[in-house]
Write a protein that binds this ligand. Structure first.
Ligand code: Q0Z
Length: 319
């Protein structure tokens, strides 16, 4: 069991002798925590009755993870998630507990201590623009997730209003878009599904408006919700990051064609030039493409938050 103290003195504060402070503030190494789940680019550890979510520097294109990490990618995504959790706390509470307390030094900046939730079994997708699978579905049926859209919409066009297009949580392969009724069946409660839709659209609308004011289009995004030990509905997982959303630079946006991805376009363009068939294994990424991609992630953070990325690193640094 977790025998670490729940409250620790801050280094340099209080009157304890420094040897005592040092012994009490020693934290567990990541390797000593039980690994609960590993995604393509993230890992989840048990932290007593809470969880530690760790974003890695791994990057995937065309659903395949490259062997080369993008330095600081995990920290940028974690920092962005925290920015949005703070921004949207009044819309819906979230699972964030701490960015520092009980976060091992080696994981600082890329990890969050979060409440354990009972996750609801649907993905809550909101689309403000017609792209990706939404664009495909519209072209073949005129509808997305059972929502009939106006005729004549073009690739990447803004929708008259944001739409809620839930999907299944597939263990392997791709999530499948479902209509609202099917989502309500899976969740088992239509009123809860109404709540998830309203919260998802409110979160998206808030974030899209903020992003627009900073020259970034939030085309679409995905949320995951769950209930805490008291039954309170909270948004979990990561929110409004480039891995859970499509961000487009507003200054080069053009309707009628696919938009370049803010973060991954350098890697995709380079990969296309190599003749890689998009099947595993993904090729190693050359240094200049790594550097360009890292710069894009940092730029996205700074553009959206208005804060230097270094300020995030300083805020979470081990005291
Ligand atoms: C998140 C995932 C990751 C692999 C479950 N607060 C929570 N409570 C309970 N479960 C989750 C959360 Cl966020 C939960 N995932 C997605 C994240 C690695 C899978 F870091 N699955």
């Amino acid at each position: 069991m977790d025998q670490r103290p729940t409250a620790r003195p801050r280094c340099g504060s209080g009157s304890e002798a420094s040897w005592r402070v040092a012994s009490l503030r020693r934290v567990t190494a990541l390797a000593d925590l039980p690994l609960l789940a590993s995604g393509k680019v993230r890992d989840m550890y048990e932290l007593g009755d809470r969880l530690l979510m760790v974003a890695s520097d791994r990057i995937s294109t065309y659903d395949v993870v490259h062997p080369t990490p993008i330095p600081d990618k995990g920290k940028v995504l974690t920092a962005l998630s925290v920015f949005w959790f703070e921004q949207t706390d009044a819309i819906v509470p979230n699972h964030l507990l701490s960015t520092t307390e009980d976060v091992p030094g080696e994981a600082r900046g890329r990890a969050l201590a979060v409440r354990r939730l009972e996750m609801l079994p649907v993905e809550c997708v909101v689309r403000g623009y017609l792209t990706g699978s939404g664009w495909k579905d519209y072209q073949s049926s005129g509808a997305v997730a059972g929502i009939t859209l106006p005729e004549g919409l073009r690739d990447s066009e803004q929708l008259p209003e944001p739409i809620f297009t839930p999907s299944t949580k597939a263990d392997v392969g791709h999530d499948e878009t479902i209509d609202f009724d099917r989502a309500a069946e899976i969740v088992g409660d239509r009123a809860v599904m109404d709540q998830l839709r309203d919260l998802s659209i409110a979160l998206y609308s808030h974030a899209a408006e903020h992003a627009a004011s900073r020259g970034v289009i939030l085309a679409d995004t995905k949320f995951e919700f769950g209930r805490d030990a008291d039954g309170v509905l909270r948004v979990g997982d990561e929110v409004l990051t480039p891995d859970s959303s499509r961000f487009w630079p507003a200054d080069t946006y053009e309707v009628g064609r696919p938009q370049p991805s803010f973060d991954k376009q350098y890697v995709r363009d380079w990969a296309a030039g190599t003749g890689w068939d998009k099947k595993p294994p993904a090729p190693a990424i050359p240094d200049d493409v790594v550097a360009g991609t890292r710069a894009r992630y940092v730029e996205a953070y700074e553009k959206i938050t208005g804060e230097a990325f270094d300020a995030w690193l300083a805020r979470v640094a081990v005291a």
